[in-house]
Design a protein around this ligand. Structure first.
Ligand code: GLU
Length: 406
């Protein structure tokens, strides 16, 4: 089964738990999905056509919301799974949005900066009637970041004939972005780790973590783990993984990444497979989808998997991990810090009042820790898997939104 089919099945089960099966079709299927082809002039002068998508799963609880990824693996099926997860994520985080996602089928490492800019503009043109501050609000995702958001905001604003900052979030702070947004996904995940440490009465200084990835979400997570005293003993990037039994310093890793282009020169070289099976307290997969599968779930030694990436664990792996008492904090809860601060950015854009970083992070911490507390209460009551628990919470909010209109 694909990740989309798996998700629909978990949603169906969640609705059954709530005795609300009748709502399944209204919640499982996408409102609209747009497929486009965008033409971009390469630096050589040649024109190239790229396939692209924007999918709005739901606008029931607010405008569609979700990132745009540039990746060769983008497909209609993947975008639809990701947009359904955004609907669930915004419900779990309790922010007034629906769920959406977009992507362009492209290997961005083969593009120059000016080609990426033209691609961002052409993609915005192709979805401009589909998006809008009250319709669907994009944001960064895999291989896109603040500068892409600035290009896209400018292109949308050109089409509208006025500056429209709230059409997109994750923008640079200098161009209507929010302070704290760049850190939000990684910090949000570690705020949950902090809550676990507090509730379980653990000592941060005695704990270890392995982080798969060192990108937009993983790098701030490593920083926050260091701030609270947890030893990060392994990290990875596209160049491979690296291990240091005493723990890495965030500063050294970022220096290495800046100077050598990879974090992997700093410690002992290990494989990604080895990173995932290290004997750590917290494993934070923060790279790509489907890295913990039925093949390696039996090797996981971590007590907690905190999913910073979207969809790193397959359904079959969930079942194995649950039996082995590994607690999974699912993506739709663990990485919801990004979209939560996107919401704060959208609020700031609309009000014209801009907040200090401390205020943003304080609000995020409170919000995500409350979501985590609700998660533990529901999990305890329903005796459900971690992922299923989050789906039950989301399904309940979505059903309430439908019932309120009956
Ligand atoms: N792409 C991020 C996610 O998957 C952020 C989405 C947003 O900020 O809208 O949650």
């Amino acid at each position: 089964m694909s990740q989309l089919e798996d998700s629909r099945k978990i949603l169906e089960d969640a609705l059954e738990t709530l005795d609300k099966q009748d709502f399944y079709e209204r919640l499982a299927f996408h409102e609209r999905t747009l497929e486009t082809h965008v033409t971009v002039e390469r630096d050589s002068g040649r024109e190239e056509v790229f396939k692209a998508f924007r999918s709005q799963h739901s606008t029931l609880r607010g405008p569609g919301k979700g990132g745009i990824r540039f990746s060769e693996d983008v497909s209609e099926e993947e975008v639809k799974a990701l947009s359904l997860w955004m609907t669930l994520k915004t419900a779990v985080a309790d922010i007034p949005y629906g769920g959406a996602k977009g992507g362009v089928v492209v290997d961005p490492s083969g593009l120059s900066d000016s080609e990426e800019k033209r691609l961002s503009e052409a993609y915005t043109d192709s979805i401009s009637e589909f998006i809008g501050p009250d319709r669907d609000v994009p944001a960064p995702d895999m291989n896109t970041g603040a500068r892409h958001m600035a290009w896209m905001m400018d292109e949308y604003s050109r089409i509208e004939g006025k500056t429209v900052p709230s059409v997109i979030t994750g923008k640079p702070v200098e161009a209507f972005g929010s302070k704290g947004r760049a850190k939000a996904t990684g910090y949000g995940a570690v705020y949950i780790v902090e809550k676990i440490i507090e509730e379980e009465g653990l000592e941060s200084e005695e704990l270890t973590a392995a982080v798969q990835g060192f990108g937009n979400a993983a790098e701030p997570a490593v920083k926050r783990l260091e701030e609270i005293g947890v030893d990060v003993i392994a990290v990875s990037d596209s160049g491979g993984a690296t291990f240091e039994s005493d723990g890495f310093s965030h500063e050294l890793l970022t220096e290495c990444k800046r100077d050598a282009g990879t974090v992997c020169k700093t410690g002992e070289n290990i494989s990604n497979k080895e990173l995932l099976s290290l004997d750590v307290d917290f494993l934070l997969p923060a790279a790509i989808q489907e890295v913990i599968t039925e093949e390696n779930a039996g090797d996981i030694q971590a007590d907690y998997i905190v999913e910073i990436a979207n969809g790193p664990t397959t359904r079959k792996a969930d079942e194995i991990l649950e039996k082995r008492d590994v607690t999974v904090i699912p993506d739709i809860l663990a990485n919801s810090g990004g979209v939560t601060v996107s919401y704060y950015e959208w609020v700031q854009n609309r009000s014209g009042e801009y907040w200090e970083k401390e205020k943003v992070l304080e609000k995020l911490k409170k919000n995500i820790q409350e979501a985590y507390t609700q998660f533990t209460e529901v999990r305890e009551k329903q005796k459900a898997y971690g992922r299923d628990t989050a789906y039950i919470i989301a399904a309940r909010k979505l059903v309430s939104a439908l019932e309120a209109r009956e």
